[in-house]
Design a protein around this ligand. Structure first.
Ligand SMILES: *Cc1c(COP(=O)(O)O)cnc(C)c1O
Length: 389
């Protein structure tokens, strides 16, 4: 059958039909435990009644008015983000991670324009998005190939120490993911980040933390920045915030970072997206406060550690909270594990540095965790048997 889509994705052939909790069902009714949540998006899983009620009621009432008018749930969501982040943040709403980062780059450059500074330092292996500004910020330079020239003024540090080397008198920002999502689920060292944050402050250079994947309780805290006990000048959010409804946020300490006309988005923060974001946060805040989220994190971590102990396929555990990676031993194929996962009914993700990535819904039940790991153990035994032990 002819397919009228462009070929920019490498897709699996499965056609999913519906979901319940952290379990997906394909058209044939086969069950899959979801350890991927649509790449960290479905943070409250599937079929959440409270969420669908809030969203469908809003769909019936009003979806969009444009940002020419006040939007009450957008104001409420901005306040909630500031309150939960534990310091004062002012938000701009967009529709995706890359757009949130674009607005961060513009905001930071505007700030720098007063002193003639425009350069931004990011890290190698980083991922900040696919549009030109965010792509230019992305330190996986293989993604730049065939799309040159990139935006001027970006450089990529090998590690945190190297950031200091790349800063010069034209530098206005440093942009990092505290845990590199696409780059191998690699957390940055906490003390080094705290020291960097202090240094940047002393030089009036802005710290931008891309929390598109780490934000909204993914690490067990509302922001990874809370876990790292830093207060970045700018954070960006997207993936897990909308529960599947597209949303992006750039939130900053700089109350007057933009003036009217500096930036905008037609759809950004409309009624649908804002109500979805508010509901997701409300649901996850409860899970956090009740301690249920922590219980899931602990069980998940225990089972991951057992995989490393039991199978030479997995050599080390990385990441924080429910954002985890397993390094794959020599002679084993990451793609084989992911494909076998689908055969056995568990959805797994790849990440850079030859690591298997886990981003389950934050509301996953303890039983679903057990079932998912049972399937991984089974497929791991199969791989080892084939490997001749
Ligand atoms: C996914 C991701 C992005 C890009 O988000 P999109 O919504 O796909 O544009 C940016 N930064 C990080 C850290 C991401 O994980």
């Amino acid at each position: 059958m002819k397919n009228y889509l462009l070929s920019n994705y490498n897709r699996f052939g499965i056609l999913f039909d519906r979901g319940e909790g952290a379990t997906l069902f394909d058209r044939g009714g086969k069950r899959y435990i979801d350890f991927a949540s649509g790449i960290g998006v479905n943070s409250i899983g599937y079929g959440n009644n409270e969420f669908s009620k809030a969203v469908s009621e809003q769909v019936s009432k009003l979806l969009h008015t444009s940002n020419l008018f006040r939007i009450a749930p957008q104001e409420e969501l901005a306040e909630k983000i500031s309150q939960l982040s534990k310091y004062q943040l002012f938000s701009f709403f967009a529709n995706s991670g890359t757009e949130a980062n674009e607005s961060a780059i513009k905001l930071v450059r505007k700030y720098g324009s007063k002193t003639g500074r425009y350069k931004i330092v990011t890290l190698e292996h980083s991922f900040h998005g696919r549009t030109y500004g965010s792509l230019s910020a992305t330190g996986q330079v293989s993604l730049h190939e065939n799309f040159q020239p990139m935006l001027d003024g970006f450089s990529y540090a090998k590690d945190i120490e190297d950031i200091y080397n790349l800063i010069d008198d034209k530098t206005i920002g440093v942009m990092v993911e505290l845990i590199q999502g696409e780059g191998g689920v690699e957390p940055l060292p906490k003390e080094e980040i705290q020291r960097l944050a202090q240094y940047l402050k002393s030089k009036d250079i802005l710290l931008i933390v891309d929390e598109v994947q780490t934000g909204i309780y993914r690490t067990g805290e509302f922001l990874a920045s809370n876990y790292y006990e830093i207060e970045p000048d700018v954070i960006t959010l997207a993936k897990g915030l909308g529960g599947g409804v597209p949303i992006g946020v750039m939130a900053t300490k700089l109350e007057n970072g933009f003036e009217a006309g500096d930036h905008g988005s037609t759809f950004g923060g409309n009624f649908l997206a804002s109500v979805a974001g508010l509901k997701v946060i409300e649901i996850l805040e409860k899970e956090y406060k009740s301690g249920d989220l922590q219980k899931r994190i602990e069980l998940f971590e225990k089972r991951l550690n057992q995989l490393v102990e039991k199978f030479p396929i997995y050599t080390s555990l990385h990441g924080i909270g429910l954002m985890r990676g397993l390094s794959i031993g020599k002679g084993f194929e990451l793609s084989t594990i992911v494909e076998k996962g689908l055969e056995h009914g568990v959805i797994l993700l790849k990440s850079g540095r030859n690591r298997l990535r886990f981003l389950p819904p934050l509301t996953i039940s303890l039983n679903e965790i057990e079932e998912g790991f049972f399937k991984i153990e089974k497929l791991s035994k199969e791989i080892l048997d084939k490997h001749g032990k």
